[in-house]
Design a protein around this ligand. Structure first.
Ligand code: 4NP
Length: 160
């Protein structure tokens, strides 16, 4: 079982969308039994909330329903997941600052756009304060990056 966690600041825009897109691709590939998929926010701003209505509407227009509830990232996630994908450099730093050297902390922490072939390592911009265009841009970015992430994780799973 490969355990995958997507992380942003609020857990209501970028990471729940990445979670939904990745789940959809895993399901379409018939691989659901091989993956545990979740998302979290580094902040406690939106615990228990559904994704932002603009994120949900944009996802619906693209054929994807999002129903996850916001939760805050915690240190336990380093032991509970194999790979953690952060949406931007600020999330990356916040997650890394909580990492320990405990033997159980096995998660690999990566930037989501390490898997975006067009712009490796870049930030997924926060669409929260922007317009509708921002939400579709983020959708397209995460659609491509989650596709590439699945390719990478499947190769790794089948090689080991
Ligand atoms: P997210 O977007 O990190 O992609 O979920 C944000 C959502 C809420 C806030 C910031 C970013 N906020 O400040 O409330």
């Amino acid at each position: 079982m490969t355990r995958v966690l997507f992380v942003c600041l609020g857990n209501i825009c970028r990471s729940p969308l990445a979670e939904g897109l990745f789940k959809q691709k895993v399901e379409m590939a018939g691989l659901s039994d091989h993956y545990h998929i979740d998302s979290a926010g580094t902040s406690d701003y939106h615990i228990g909330e559904l994704p932002d209505p603009r994120t949900r509407e944009n996802a619906e227009r693209n054929g994807l329903s999002l129903n996850s509830r916001g939760r805050q990232f915690s240190k336990a996630d380093f032991a509970d997941f194999d790979i953690i994908l952060t949406m931007d450099r600020s999330n990356f730093r916040n997650v890394k600052s909580l990492e320990t050297t405990l033997i159980d902390d096995i998660a690999e922490v990566r930037m989501m756009r390490d898997f975006d072939l067009r712009s490796p390592g870049a930030d997924v911009p926060d669409p929260y304060y922007g317009g509708e265009r921002g939400f579709q841009d983020v959708f397209d970015m995460l659609d491509q990056a989650t596709e590439e992430l699945l390719r990478y994780l499947e190769k790794r799973r089948l090689d080991t």
